[in-house]
Design a protein around this ligand. Structure first.
Ligand code: PGA
Length: 256
């Protein structure tokens, strides 16, 4: 079975104390990851040490950055490099979230560099793709997502791709309460897997975890995750509430 992942994306939410309390509630809950499952928590940079420490004793729980620089190091005030994250034993890094593409002008070329640097320093990138509403309404979502994959991932080797996680996040479903249906999610995930197969072969396509993101909640996670090509979720709003996120972790597929 492919790795099943529940990933929290706190975005720019929670004070330090609120973040600490949320992690404490997750860690002290009885929730355990089963074989082949992982929980990833992407926190704001200043909270990384706190999160790493809080999750250290919880098997299958990992910390992630929400972004990294497209530059390796040097005079880039305000940036955080992949090397810095890796040096703190951060396991994952979100790359190319639609909010970064839209509000911070991140292009496919920049994301390709971020992918390279993340992989070079041993992080596992969670690469985000997904179409805005106008593209969906025009029925162009496959072409749009194919181009996003092409621009940022197609230059990677099979060995590099094996460490990548993809998150399909239709922009119209992010933070809107409007979730893709089971059919819409399955259709796009199967399509993304077919693109991977065409580019890197069947083994790579079978191995790669593709997460769904966009208004995942405790109440809809089990249905979405039951789609054959959906390997878990990338969760914003609902990851800020311990009980909600725990329900989402419980909704992951398992081997038994
Ligand atoms: P949401 O965000 O769960 O609040 O829709 C998902 C994301 O942006 O990763």
């Amino acid at each position: 079975m492919r790795k099943q992942i529940a990933a929290a994306n706190w975005k720019m939410n929670l004070t330090y104390k609120e973040g600490q309390d949320l992690l404490k509630r997750m860690v002290s809950s009885s929730i355990l990851t089963l074989e082949g499952q992982e929980v990833v928590v992407a926190v704001p940079f200043p909270y990384l040490s706190m999160a790493i420490e809080a999750l250290a004793g919880k098997a299958g729980f990992f910390t992630a950055g929400q972004n990294c620089s497209d530059k390796e190091r040097g005079a880039h005030t305000g940036e955080t490099s992949a090397e810095m994250l890796a040096s703190m034993n951060v396991a994952y890094c979100i790359i190319g979230h639609s909010e970064r593409r839209e509000h911070y002008g991140e292009t496919g070329a920049m994301l390709a560099k971020k992918m390279d640097l993340s992989l070079q320093y041993g992080l596992s990138p969670i690469f985000c793709c997904g179409e805005p509403l106008s593209i969906r309404e025009a029925g162009e979502q496959e072409r749009f997502v194919q181009e996003q994959l092409q621009d940022a991932l197609f230059h990677l080797s099979s060995e590099q791709l094996a460490r990548v996680v993809i998150a399909y996040e239709p922009v119209w479903a992010i933070g809107t309460g409007r979730t893709a249906s089971f059919e819409q999610a399955q259709e796009m995930h199967a399509y993304i897997r077919s693109v991977i197969k065409e580019q890197w072969g069947v083994a790579a396509a079978e191995h790669i975890s593709i997460l769904y993101g966009g208004s995942v909640k405790g109440s809809n996670a089990a249905q979405l995750f039951s789609a054959p090509d959906v390997d878990g979720g990338l969760v914003g709003g609902a990851s800020l509430v311990a009980e909600e996120f725990i329900d989402i972790i419980k909704a992951l597929k398992n081997k038994t």
